[in-house]
Design a protein around this ligand. Structure first.
Ligand code: PEP
Ligand code: MN
Length: 338
């Protein structure tokens, strides 16, 4: 942290800043320039509130030089973390695709979609059974029964499974049927849930919150890593902006930014990212071109009758074509699809 003093700051004001930093556990380094004095704080107190210093007399501004997250940071772990789940691999130059319906609806639906996405090359079957719906009157998911259908369809086609966990009490009941716990956008800052998932050893995919900054996403990741679970994948799924022609604004820039700052793999969810079926493939291609470590895509064999998110679900044929395109784009940038 660097505290820049105002040009009219007195020596006494500089001393007060130094003392406060020292009592907060920092070593200090004063640098006197022609018009301004700068106090450098040396130490790794990552969670000190910079505003305490901004309010002190004579202070012009406070600049943070190190990130507030540690375990998630690339400085802490320079090499890419690679997450392997059954046949899927995320990170380190390899990407895998997760696909399936928004919600698990019935056995025939799951078997049909699992067959189609696996033959197109997906390695993980998605399907929500505990659904975070904006309206309490919308379909809330099949719960435990849905998990069994997800597992059975995935096993029939040698796929791994991913499904959303919404609350603490669901963690144990989902343990056997899911290979990856999905933390939804609305729960990105459900810190109790994150802490408890940090105590498990199962992979977690953490989605970016509706209005979360990249730093907030990485701080939430830190909760899971701090508990000892390093099996973590991040997910860019679009953020809320002023734009009305799309469901969310898909932030492709988050992909290289996260990869620069963190070793944790990041996947993209272009389905929720843009929310319109015929715009999903261009966003998926853009994410792969940007270097993403994986994709999660909603696919439905009969999207017009889907219980949720039909309008953003690809037809199996569209998905299969997209997979061919993704293979080519990945190859062009020196990555491979697993
Ligand atoms: C989902 O994946 O179906 C979902 C609800 O996603 P999000 O949490 O990103 O809205
Ligand atoms: Mn959905």
């Amino acid at each position: 942290m660097i505290v820049v003093m105002r040009n009219d700051a007195t020596d006494e004001m500089v001393r007060m800043v130094e003392e406060k930093l020292q009592t907060s556990g920092y070593r200090t380094n004063r640098s006197v320039g022609v018009s301004r004095t700068i106090v450098g704080a040396i130490g790794d107190k990552v969670n000190l509130d910079a505003r305490q210093f901004e309010l002190m007399p004579g202070v012009a501004e406070v600049l943070r030089v190190s990130e507030p997250y540690k375990l998630a940071s690339r400085a802490f772990h320079p090499d890419d973390t690679v997450i392997k789940v059954r046949q899927a691999c995320f990170g380190g130059g390899t990407l895998s695709v997760m696909a399936g319906p928004c919600s698990v609806e019935d056995e025939q639906q799951m078997m049909t979609i699992a067959k189609q996405v696996s033959s197109a090359g997906a390695k993980v079957l998605r399907g929500g059974t505990f659904k975070p719906r904006t309206s309490p009157y919308s379909f809330q998911g099949l719960g435990l029964e849905g998990l069994k259908l997800l597992r059975a369809a995935a096993d029939a086609f040698e796929l791994a499974t991913i499904s959303e966990v919404m609350e603490l009490s669901q963690i144990d009941m989902m343990m056997d049927d899911v290979d990856i716990f999905q933390v939804g956008a609305r729960n990105m800052q459900n810190f109790n849930l994150l802490r408890r998932l940090g105590e498990t050893h199962k992979p977690v995919m953490l989605k970016r919150g509706l209005a979360a900054t990249i730093e907030e996403l990485l701080m939430s990741a830190e909760y899971i890593l701090a508990g000892g679970n390093t099996q973590l994948i991040l997910c860019e799924r679009g953020i809320r902006t002023f734009e009305k022609y799309t469901r969310n604004t898909f932030d492709v820039s988050a992909i290289p930014v996260v990869q620069g700052r963190s070793h944790i793999p990041i996947v993209a969810d272009p389905s929720h990212g843009i929310g319109i079926r015929d715009k999903v493939a261009p966003m998926a291609r853009a994410a792969v071109a940007a270097g993403v470590d994986g994709l999660i895509i909603e696919v439905h064999h009969d999207p017009d009758h889907a219980m949720s998110d039909g309008a953003q679900s690809l037809y199996p044929q569209q998905f299969s074509q997209l997979m061919d395109e993704i293979r080519t784009i990945a190859w062009a940038i020196g990555k491979k699809l697993a």
